[in-house]
Design a protein around this ligand. Structure first.
Ligand SMILES: Cc1ncc(COP(=O)(O)O)c(C=O)c1O
Length: 376
């Protein structure tokens, strides 16, 4: 049973998000099906949909517009998404997120109905309507769905993709959590499928397996995240974060090459953008990075190790125990703390993303029309 206090916390968070949020929505216009707020809106862009129908977009408050019950994201979780952070009035690693969205769409055979430039310009307009608190973080949840279809699963009976983006504020882990680290649960029964099942490289809206893994690994504990294993018992990732272990060899304090980071291969886990960024930051410091298919839970704990998880929301989060077994001395390790700082420094620099008021050049680099992404 959930307590009143828990409900109240959830309600407060929703109210905060809802009061600031704006939603960008783009879909074909079908009488009797498309939300009226969109059909009747006199603002926004009208274009031709791949289906030949008119396609409309608009920017709304959360309570003005809804998602159709016939959208296959609602019926079957048939959609892909990105969660993107806004720091210092810049959309952090925007181009990397859009590239991953394209790869996810390709893997589930969705053609984007909106070109990247138009989508980016409309997302920036949406961001422009949100009041981000001074110094606080913003968040974009961008979703491309299979679209409206009948009650069967067949995607060929869907009209064309719906694109929507919720832009709002986000509550992140406290600074205290980064100083003290957090404990992780360990999920044993529910397993992380590899590429033969639901390919973990697709960032799809079908998260039920991860939800079940989170319930199993955290139920009745104070844990907020849990580690998932593959069918063969190897460590894959946490339910919404990637995982790293750090090994410090002889003389690591003076010799960076004595430090090795280990993380699972992307056969088992989402190719996290923070994961890739941290690999780059670690290599820049001269640390070795070993991407492996044989990591066991025991490889992440013990007095000679450090452990951290990575994610858009979590950044680099130190892990101090896994299912009650201590990592290091039970406090965040030195290497982990360096990487926490390196990533936070990167986030603080608006050049590492798409500024909310970009120059023409910044816009064109961010949407991949010129230059290269942050990692070249
Ligand atoms: C299953 C899973 N793994 C890892 C991550 C971290 O990925 P990123 O760093 O791109 O946020 C996420 C983030 O949503 C996730 O859902």
């Amino acid at each position: 049973m959930r307590s009143r206090q828990e409900y109240q916390g959830a309600i407060d968070t929703l109210r905060e998000v809802g009061s600031r949020a704006r939603v960008y929505l783009s879909m074909p216009v079908i009488e009797g099906l498309t939300p009226r707020a969109l059909v009747e809106s006199s603002e926004g862009v009208t274009s031709e949909d791949p289906s030949g129908l008119p396609r409309k977009d608009g920017i709304f408050r959360l309570d003005e517009v809804g998602l159709s019950c016939l959208d296959h994201v609602a019926l079957y979780g048939d959609a892909v998404f990105e969660g993107i952070l806004i720091r210092n009035r810049s959309i952090f690693l925007y181009r990397e997120h859009m590239d991953r969205l394209d790869r996810s769409m390709e893997l589930i055979d969705i053609d984007s109905p909106v070109d990247r430039r138009t989508l980016t310009e409309r997302l920036l307009e949406t961001c422009g309507q949100v009041e981000f608190p001074e110094g606080g973080a913003g968040y974009i949840r961008l979703v491309v769905t299979r679209g409206l279809g009948d009650l069967g699963i067949n995607p060929r009976k869907c009209i064309s993709p719906t694109v929507f983006a919720i832009v709002s504020t986000i509550r992140l882990y406290s600074q205290e959590a980064y100083r003290r680290g957090i404990p992780l649960g360990l999920t044993r029964r529910v397993r992380r499928p590899d590429r033969r099942f639901i390919n973990p490289n697709i960032k799809s809206n079908n998260y039920l397996n991860n939800v079940l893994a989170l319930i199993e690994g955290t139920l009745g504990t104070g844990f907020v995240e849990s580690l998932m294993l593959t069918a063969d018992g190897f460590v894959a990732e946490a339910t919404v974060d990637n995982i790293f272990s750090v090994i410090r060899g002889e003389g690591w304090e003076r010799e960076p090459s004595q430090v090795t980071l280990r993380t699972p291969i992307t056969e088992y886990c989402l190719p996290g953008i923070t994961r890739e960024t941290v690999i780059m930051l670690a290599e820049k410091r001269g640390y070795r990075v070993s991407v492996r298919d044989d990591l066991m839970p025991i490889d992440f704990v013990g007095s000679d190790k450090e452990c951290f998880m990575t994610g858009t929301g979590a950044g680099v989060m130190p892990i101090t125990e896994i299912e009650g077994v201590r990592v290091g001395d039970g406090t965040p390790g030195a290497i982990t703390l360096e990487l926490v700082d390196d990533l936070q420094a990167m986030m603080a620099d608006p050049k590492n993303g798409l500024p909310l008021d970009p120059t023409a050049e910044e816009l064109s680099v961010s949407i991949g029309e010129s230059g290269s992404g942050i990692r070249g």
